[in-house]
Design a protein around this ligand. Structure first.
Ligand code: IPM
Ligand code: MN
Length: 356
């Protein structure tokens, strides 16, 4: 089949890791007889430099016309150290989420067998952990009213959710749980926040439609502890924008392999697939960054964005094989030889072409 893929490589190591994902996608297209048409478009600091806008209208057009978006990373230290900068790369990311209606961010969390000893947690706690964090991505405190007091000595952000916003993300959580081990954990702060009480009320109204799913509510502080105490307890976790931002980062490090984790943001329009890690500016252009997070995001792109399930499996199998063969970048090379970003990409592409 024919598919259009928007390629938003972004900043820092974004372009070099995305290059490897494209090698892998090309191998998949050759192997399985598909055609992927790529359209590159600027985003983040790169887009600010070129156009003054971190998510220019032309880039949005390209995304809207595509079947899926392959995204690298955004961010540049020159903006991080300047709280007064009026245009920032992150604004582009938030606007992209809003304009594409990407109300859900999906992060599968499970350790790789060969890297489990790198987990900051005891091996017996993480071995076998396998859960998905689903974060609401276009509402909550990220997008509520914000501002300064008149005398500018105070500032506020508003955490606002509507019932339909809660319903659509929670429905996704229930559906995911149904396809997995049938347990849904809803994370909130209902002992303090009115918006969290609306979450609970809404979830309780929906629950009778999912009698086969075990439902649990957790306060966010408790959830933060449980993730490191009993990560194996979780199956699907669903939560609001900011709690999800924090908990999904916490969850991602317990696998011991931050550079390897993928994410999908899906919703009303084209889905965006990107690694969990940032733009790692110190490594940009050095051909040392770990491309696996992006390659595994390409697998999610195939599976969730294009509905190509077998193709996604082939990519994951190649990644597993590369880890076992020690074909890895310096961040996870132990004792053995570290390979470059592009060597890993070439190896994966070949591995996919070689499989029966
Ligand atoms: C993420 C990032 C973003 C967020 C930042 C860069 C705005 O941390 O995708 O998790 O907070 O959503
Ligand atoms: Mn984050």
């Amino acid at each position: 089949m024919d598919f259009n893929i928007a390629v938003l490589a972004g900043d820092g190591i974004g372009p070099e890791v995305v290059d490897q994902a494209l090698k892998v996608l090309n191998a998949v297209s050759q192997k399985f007889g598909h055609t992927f048409n790529y359209t590159h478009a600027p985003v983040g600091a790169t887009a600010i430099d070129q156009t003054g806008d971190p998510y220019p209208p032309e880039t949005h057009e390209v995304c809207m016309k595509s079947d899926a978006v392959m995204f690298g990373a955004i961010g540049d230290p020159k903006y991080d150290n300047d709280p007064k900068a009026t245009v920032r790369p992150e604004q582009g990311l938030l606007r992209m989420r809003k304009q594409l209606g990407l109300f859900s961010n999906i992060r599968p969390i499970s350790p790789f067998k060969s890297l489990i000893h790198r987990s900051p947690l005891r091996q017996d706690l993480v071995d076998g952990a396998d859960f998905v964090v689903i974060r609401e991505l276009t509402g909550g405190i990220y997008f509520g009213q914000k501002g300064r007091s008149e005398d500018r000595t105070g500032a506020f952000d508003t955490l606002y959710y509507t019932k339909p916003e809660i319903q659509r993300i929670v429905a996704l959580g229930f559906d995911y749980a149904r396809k997995r081990r049938k347990k849904l954990t809803v994370v909130d702060k209902a002992n303090v926040l009115a918006s969290s009480r609306l979450w609970r009320e809404t979830v309780q109204e929906m629950a009778p439609d999912y009698p086969d799913v075990e439902l649990e509510f957790l306060f966010v502080d408790n959830a933060a502890m449980r993730i490191i105490q009993w990560p194996k307890d979780f199956d699907v976790m669903v939560t609001g924008n900011m709690f999800g931002d924090i908990l999904s980062d916490e969850a991602s490090v317990i696998t011991g392999s931050l550079g390897l984790l993928p994410s999908a943001s899906v919703g009303t329009h084209t889905g965006v697939f990107e690694p969990v890690h940032g733009s790692y500016p110190q490594a940009a252009g050095k051909n040392i960054a770990n491309p696996l997070g992006t390659v595994l995001s390409a697998a999610l792109l195939l599976e969730l964005g294009l509905d190509l399930v077998e193709e996604a499996k082939a990519v994951r199998a190649a990644v597993d094989a590369s880890l076992e063969a020690g074909m890895v970048t310096e961040d996870i090379a132990e004792g053995g030889k570290a390979h470059s970003t592009s060597e890993v990409g070439d190896w994966l592409a070949k591995a996919i072409l070689k499989t029966a």
